[in-house]
Write a protein that binds this ligand. Structure first.
Ligand code: PLP
Length: 407
């Protein structure tokens, strides 16, 4: 993996006189040259609007966009029953699903008063707030699958919550605040068997260990490009065609209609139906290049590397007096979150930055989960394929120093 660092020019810089150790990959990963070159080639050769032009550049851009769709469908292991809709990221994808299930209005929408929506208590706000709103708009009941004191969610707890009224079950494939990997395969299966539509937030998982989508009982899966070595402002919603068809389109306008009169409009077939307006065409091309880059390295090799870095970080940080690591049992995680007795995470983050180490501090957009733990903000270090054991050791040494300075 170390040789691959040369593919990421941004890493070869100093911050405050120290070599950059970029450990904020759960928020955003860096892009390799292959992605940067794909973006540049699109901008320099093929840039034009898609689907609406007969000229050569428009056709080239359309071909590149549709080829990227094919690459990404293969990357996530989509089956024949699946379609991929380009979005600006996970947040937009989840909003397209949640709003799409109520926006058609009473009598037409999937969600109705009295229905049950179950959402796990591990979720990023992007997979919670749209469901709060869906419940509010329809009169459905929002029920949380509560984590235990260690931040695990259990299949039998979900079983107890599933009722004939359950119409939606939404869960993450990897909790961004703790690294917890829930048993989502079994949970999706149970929820779907109970008649619910199932939603998987794959933002923290799609770049590494995830089963092929076709093997999951998943109706909708969302992910972001910028967390898998791809461009910012890119991502996708991949779903079963039948489930996508249920969604009232969130983005109404150009490119998503078959006919329009002053009074009415007929929506296009999928995927155009859910892709109103001009998409980020270059971004889609760059995102496909990121998927190809990941596959060229190999997802199991990446996983092994990330898990080893996480294990090293957990061992080193846990050994520091005053540090508590969240979810130390989550061995398949690519991140580690921790709190220091009597030291504010922002102080730790600032001291680490002075040593060239980039980590994230705060609630990581999962405030209810932090409240569940009875915790305030935490510090999170998150790893990518280009990180090294030496960077992890620098992190551990710097945290030990911070604890001494501030306690
Ligand atoms: N879901 C999870 C688990 C995340 O970690 C994130 C981002 O941190 C999101 C959703 C939101 O992703 P985006 O901001 O790319 O839409």
């Amino acid at each position: 993996m170390h040789a691959l660092r040369a593919q990421f020019p941004v890493l070869a810089q100093s911050i405050h006189g120290q070599p950059l150790a970029y450990l904020d990959n759960g928020a955003t990963t860096q892009t390799p040259l292959a992605v940067q070159q794909a973006l540049q080639q699109f901008e320099q050769r093929d840039r034009a609007n898609i689907h609406r032009g007969v000229h050569t550049l428009s056709q080239r851009a359309t071909d590149a966009f549709e080829a990227a769709r094919g690459v990404l469908k293969r990357f996530v292991g989509a089956g024949r029953e699946h379609e991929l809709v380009f979005t600006s990221g996970t947040t937009e994808a989840l909003n397209i699903v949640a709003q799409g299930l109520w926006a058609a209005g009473p009598g037409k929408a999937w969600l109705r008063a009295g229905d049950r929506i179950i959402v796990s208590g591990l979720e990023h706000h992007a997979n919670l707030i749209p469901w709060q709103q869906a419940a509010r708009m329809t009169g459905a009941e929002l029920v949380i699958l509560q984590p235990d004191a260690q931040g695990r969610v259990h299949v039998q707890d979900l079983q107890a919550l599933l009722t004939p009224a359950t119409r939606v079950f939404a869960i993450t494939a990897g909790a961004n605040a703790t690294g917890e990997r829930p048993p989502y395969e079994e949970m999706l299966q149970l929820a779907r068997a109970a008649g619910a539509l199932t939603v998987l937030d794959a933002a923290q998982a799609v770049g590494h260990g995830m089963p092929a989508l076709a093997t999951l009982d998943c109706d909708y899966m969302a992910f972001s490009g910028h967390k898998m070595y791809g461009p910012m402002g890119t991502g996708a919603l991949v779903g079963r065609r039948q489930a996508l068809q249920l969604l009232y389109p969130l983005r109404l306008g150009g490119d998503m209609v078959e006919w329009v009169s002053y009074e009415d409009a007929g929506f296009a077939q999928l995927p155009a139906r859910l892709e109103g307006g001009t998409p980020n065409v270059g971004g889609a091309v760059g995102l496909a290049a990121a998927a190809q880059f990941i596959d060229s390295v190999g997802r199991s090799a990446i996983d092994q590397h990330l898990h080893a870095l996480r294990a090293r970080a957990v061992a080193g940080l846990s050994a520091i007096d005053g540090i508590t690591v969240l979810a130390p049992h989550a061995t398949q995680a690519a991140l580690v979150s921790f709190v220091a007795r009597d030291v504010h995470p922002h102080d730790i983050g600032t001291l680490l930055d002075e040593r060239g180490i980039a980590v994230r501090t705060g609630h990581h957009c999962a405030e209810p989960l932090h409240n569940h733990f009875g915790l305030g903000p935490t510090t999170r270090a998150s790893f990518a394929l280009y990180n090294t054991a030496e960077e992890v050791d620098r992190l551990i040494a710097a945290v030990a120093h911070a604890v001494k300075v501030f306690q």
